[in-house]
Structure formats: structure tokens, C-alpha cells
Write a protein that binds this ligand. Sequence first.
Ligand code: GRF
Length: 198
Amino acid sequence: MFGIAVLISGRGSNLESVISAVEEGWLKCRITAVISDNPAAGGLGLAKEMGIKTHVFQGESVSDSILSAVKEHTDLIVCAGFLSILRGALLDVFQNRIINIHPALIPSFCGSGMYGLKVHRAALDYGVRKSGCTVHFVESGIDTGPIILQRTVEVIYTDTAEDLQKRILEEEHIAIVEAVKLISENRVEVKGRKVLIN
Ligand code: GRF
């Protein structure tokens, strides 16, 4: 069965959507591991409850440790709110097999240091009428890999960053599952910067 490893740093609501989709049979995948760079990440508890193998890796060697943990049985790595930057051999071995979800419409409000509420504050400060989320492949640049899919939300004049974050998170939960589904069904082809969905 198509194996996915999920990387998290925080509460793990995107992980929860993936787990639910697997449980419901909507995703024909097996979660091989949940990996975190934060021992206090809420999602680790959820993974353990579900009987999923968990690992915590921190420091300079995070990417190498992830590679050794997922080398076998894992077809796709899903970064679901994972804050460490992936580097080195992991990126080569898993080329076009690592995806990330970002809470904005890339190429806006992304890149180094853009995570959490900062992203939504920047979108509100700019005055955009729409924001959303992006699922993209991971390469060595931060948030620069080919885009698999995006979902949008309207920005309301009175929105706070928290309001926008909440509304976008709901779309993330749909987008992340959709992207995993498309890839696990072998329907995604990367052609340079563009991604073809078959
Ligand atoms: C999400 O907004 C995701 O886009 C970002 O980090 C957040 C993680 O949320 N990269 P959760 O841990 O899945 O609840």
C-alpha cells in the first residue's frame, strides 16, 4: 500500500485530516510514521493513540534522521506544519516525493520566516481580497517548489489574522487530503515548474 510519512511541529490538525481520510478509506494509504521536531507537538499524541509509529528528531541532523526513518515503506513525505527546513540527501532521494502545505497563495506571503499568524498579518496588511492555501512539492528553496493545488478564501474587511487563519485552515484540511490522494493514485506529473493533474 502507498506509504506516507507525516511531518509536524504543532497541534497537527492537518495530520488529523489525513488520519481521518485514511480511516474512512478515502485515502488508500498507510501512514508509516509521524515525525516531529518538537516533542510537545500535539499531533504526536494523536498518532500514538492511532498506533502510528512516531519519532522526534531535533537539531542539525533532522533531515538525515528523517531519511533513515522513512527510507523503506514510504512513498511520500507530507509536511503538515513542519517548521524545520529539509536539506541534503533527503531532498535527492525523495525528489518530487515531499509535499508541503502553506497557508497562503504562493508566491505571496511565503519564504523564510513566513509561518503561523505572520503569514495572515502580512496578507491583511497588504489588503488582498483573497488568500488561501497552497500544496507544493518541496525542493531546496523555501516554499519555491512546483504547485500541486491551491484553494482560496475571501478576505473580509473586518478579518483579524486569527479569523483568516481559521478560515484558511478549513481549506487546508481539504487540500492536503486531496493532494495526497492525487499523488497516491499516480495522477500527478511534474513538468518543470508546472504540475499536470491527470
Ligand atoms: C498550517 O497552517 C500549515 O499550513 C502550516 O502550519 C499550520 C499547521 O497546522 N504550515 P496544524 O498543526 O496542522 O494544525
